[in-house]
Write a protein that binds this ligand. Structure first.
Ligand code: SAH
Ligand code: SF4
Length: 445
């Protein structure tokens, strides 16, 4: 009988990648993808623990899965990823969600087939919360045919005081460059059009390796290699850059690289030095502003996006005014604004001066309003320009409408009578909106 799996993925791009590996394992074990969780023999919820909201979503989903499991007791339910590494979550699963068959942290990818087998016959929930675990030569079933994600490092050593990532994903480990290069070669051979290098802090890549290599060296090598092997090489993207480690050398490589996209996601988190210090971010507001100037001078037309947290413990009106001021000064292309969410076990959760939810909400609205205005103004500046777009989506309601991204990571909608998914197309920008652009085909490449 056909065995089917369904994976629901929450959180960041690293989770998307991990889900692709889980799917790879399942396919090599003879499973096929199910179109919904109702048909699944194996159901995996790949979770995020960065904010409470993400965790609550998963718990409420587990409530519905409980009913599903009653009607299909043979179905194996797995809670995968970052939430599994949280003591509070483990306790809650043990108390209230005993029907979950497997609970496993993100570093057990290599052990998944054995864990699944164990979970299929065990009477009680199987737990695997070990941070150790191999990450090479894993099977993978990529969700998309032309965009791929490759981790260049796993885990994080930065211990920003609000963040659970170092606890749930473990210490930072850089992958060997030869393994990354082999994977990139393979993707290029398979015709992939865009490769995103992933790490919690790509700019600290290589610091833990014996050989002398840094992120700039890796980027430069990959760019040369891809250009030399084809006239139409895939684009290279990377995420996330930590301001404290982004080097001038990396910026120069991005500027000079032919196929390295001119987009830097550079989370600032706050515009107040006092808060940056309490957050343990390792840079000041002036340092950050200097970085922005350096990037814009070296890479004209580049885009800079950011993450911001409002309502960090002790954030007063003055701190918040500094964040507003910084946003107005930098003029980000996009900003993702989050309400601070206390995470048990992190330093900030115990700090005095926790901010009321109402104030956080008000500050989020204020920052979003400012960013929407700036985003629109910046996008208006692109009207009339020609942008190279990689086409990545087709509208569900109108088969003649497509969506792609510019090298600077801006979303562009445009009409096309012919199917152009996965192609690079030059688009003339005709209209700007806050978070996207509207255009028309200028030329197919
Ligand atoms: N390693 C990346 C991403 C970390 S998580 C980085 O350093 O940027 C993505 C974003 O979630 C962070 O940039 C931060 O803005 C936000 N975040 C992390 N922990 C949070 C918390 N406890 N409450 C609210 N937002 C948080
Ligand atoms: Fe979390 Fe900071 Fe590491 Fe990013 S750099 S994952 S915010 S601890």
């Amino acid at each position: 009988m056909l065995k089917r799996y369904y994976i629901a993925t929450y959180g960041c791009q690293m989770n998307v990648y991990d889900s692709e590996v889980l799917a790879g394992h399942l396919e090599s074990m003879g499973y096929h993808a199910a179109s919904s969780e109702d048909e699944a023999d194996v159901l995996i919820i790949n979770t995020c623990a960065v904010r409470k909201k993400a965790e609550e979503k998963v718990f409420s989903r587990l409530g519905t899965i409980r009913e599903l499991k009653k009607s299909r007791p043979q179905m194996i339910v797995a809670l995968w990823g970052c939430m599994a590494q949280r003591e509070t979550v483990v306790q809650r699963i043990k108390r209230r969600f005993k029907f979950v068959d497997l609970v496993s942290g993100p570093n057990a990818l290599e052990r998944f087939p054995a864990l699944l087998e164990k979970a299929a016959t065990a009477k009680e929930t199987v737990f695997d919360l070990d941070h150790a675990g191999g990450k090479e030569s894993l099977p993978i079933k990529r969700a998309e045919g032309f965009k791929a994600w490759i981790p260049i490092s796993h885990g994080c050593n930065n211990y920003c005081s609000y963040c659970v990532v170092p606890y749930v994903r473990g210490p930072e480990i850089s992958r060997l460059p030869e393994n990354i290069i082999n994977e990139v070669d393979e993707l290029a051979n398979c015709g992939f059009k865009e490769i995103t290098l992933l790490g919690q802090n790509v700019n600290s890549y290589g610091k833990d390796l014996k050989q002398k290599i840094d992120f700039a060296d890796l980027l430069l090598h990959l760019d040369h290699r891809l250009i030399n092997r084809s006239d139409n090489p895939p684009r290279i993207r990377f995420m996330t850059s930590h301001p404290k480690d982004l080097s001038e050398k990396s910026v120069r490589v991005i500027a000079e690289g032919r196929n390295i996209c001119e987009h830097i996601h550079l989370p600032i988190q706050s515009g107040s030095d006092e808060l940056l210090k309490k957050m343990n971010r390792g840079y000041t507001r002036d340092y950050y502003l200097g970085l922005v100037d350096m990037i814009r001078e070296a890479i004209p037309g580049s885009s800079i996006t950011t993450d911001l947290i409002v309502g960090f413990p002790g954030e007063n009106e003055e701190d918040f005014a500094l964040t507003i001021d910084l946003m107005a000064k930098v003029r980000f292309d996009a900003a993702f604004i989050f309400a601070y969410s206390p995470r048990q076990g992190t330093r900030a959760a115990g700090m005095p001066g926790q901010v009321a939810a109402k104030i956080k909400k008000k500050r989020i609205v204020q920052l979003n309003e400012l960013q929407n205005r700036i985003g629109l103004e910046k996008n208006q500046g692109l009207v009339g320009s020609i942008q190279e777009v990689l086409v990545e989506g087709q509208s569900k309601t109108n088969k003649n409408m497509f969506t792609g991204r510019t090298r600077t990571n801006k979303i562009v909608h445009f009409p096309s009578a012919a199917d152009c998914l996965g192609e690079f197309i030059d688009i003339r920008i005709e209209e700007a909106r806050g978070w996207n652009l509207i255009g028309a085909i200028d030329r197919r490449n």
